[in-house]
Design a protein around this ligand. Structure first.
Ligand code: SF4
Ligand code: SF4
Ligand code: SF4
Length: 327
């Protein structure tokens, strides 16, 4: 390994591999990365295995994707933390528990849980990994230095993350295709060639609404609609039209990708800086705009809101529950 280059690992816990694929989606910029770094461990792309893992001593940066759902993944996260100078939670699963975090809707694992004995027997028979009692985000098992949110993160943010955290001053000014789509503070950090303070989420501070170009008028919910029930093309705010768009509560940084193509925001960048409980805020926002004061009508509209956990905490259920547990 070239000592002038940073050593990088890219690892996956429980997820769909989309985040790793997204790293490859920075296209021809991948090639330029080889000037600054050596990828020493990446099972998905390089087929790294036991020998490469054993050879890992100290890493400069580790991009960790996926949620922690098994005991082996928790140990992996702990060991990587011990070996790595900069540990990055990459993607919604690693950052907030993501979609796997919704498994926490089921009772926590334990010997007394219904079905636990059958699960243990099946695990032994088929060699299934041992599950953790609860699905966790990376920060719940190891200290995280930076977060790159999204499901998956956009190529622009990933490229910025590589430049800010890996390339450093040597890459200043090389924003290239990403520059126009980055939140201001991320672009500023990359241009200055100085990594942002530890603990920074490499995205914006405000909510997705701030970067959404849709016209906001007066919100009047008359029916809660699913995207397939209404293909939106008028340019008006989706929430005003009855589509449950989480742009109010979600951290900006994607440039309003989904509302930009007529689809409601699902919250994959996690909650915005000023939001404590995204579900409570959304219920309040929708409740204040129901277009009726008749009890039966309000009940009919409220009945349209199904799967509240999956709708309002789709990507953040694990971390939001952990926050609630602390109260
Ligand atoms: S954050 Fe999304 S893209 Fe990344 S591993 Fe999880 S589900 Fe897949
Ligand atoms: S609620 Fe959604 S559609 Fe409306 S302004 Fe915010 S992001 Fe855009
Ligand atoms: S609009 Fe919402 S769901 Fe879509 S990419 Fe942005 S944060 Fe994720």
């Amino acid at each position: 390994m070239n000592p002038k280059k940073k050593s990088i690992a890219i690892v996956a816990a429980s997820g769909c591999r989309g985040c790793e694929q997204a790293i490859l989606d920075i296209h021809y910029q991948v090639q330029s990365l080889s000037r600054w770094l050596d990828i020493v461990y990446w099972p998905y792309l390089l087929g790294s295995g036991e020998a490469e893992w054993e050879a890992l001593e100290e890493l400069d940066v580790c991009f960790f994707t996926g949620a922690v759902t098994t005991t082996a993944e928790r140990r992996l996260a702990e060991q990587l933390r011990a070996k790595t100078k900069i540990l990055v939670a990459c993607g919604a699963c690693a950052a907030f528990g993501g979609l796997p975090g919704l498994l926490n809707l089921k009772p926590a694992a334990g010997p007394d849980r219904p079905g636990a004995a059958g699960e243990a027997a099946a695990g032994e028979r088929f060699g299934l990994p041992e599950r953790e009692p609860r699905v966790a985000a990376l920060e719940q098992v190891a200290a995280v230095d930076y977060v790159i949110p999204g499901c998956p993160p956009t190529p622009a943010l990933l490229w910025a993350g590589f430049q800010a955290l890996v390339c450093g001053p040597r890459a200043a000014g090389r924003l290239s295709f990403a520059a126009r789509r980055l939140p201001a503070r991320v672009a500023a950090a990359v241009l200055a060639g100085i990594a942002p303070p530890r603990g920074t989420c490499l995205a914006g501070d405000k909510a997705v609404c701030a970067s959404c170009s849709r016209i906001k008028e007066e919100k009047k919910f008359q029916a809660v609609l699913r995207p397939y029930e209404k293909y939106e093309e008028s340019g008006r705010c989706l929430l005003e039209q009855g589509l449950v768009c989480l742009g109010i509560t979600t951290r900006e940084g994607c440039g309003g990708l989904c509302p930009g193509v007529g689809q409601p925001c699902r919250g994959c960048f996690g909650k915005a800086e000023a939001v404590y409980d995204p579900g409570a805020k959304m219920v309040s926002a929708i409740g204040s705009t129901l277009a009726s004061d008749r009890k039966e009508e309000i009940e009919r509209l409220a009945a349209g809101l199904t799967d509240l956990s999956g709708t309002f905490y789709r990507y953040t259920f694990a971390t939001q529950c952990a926050l609630a547990d602390k109260e």
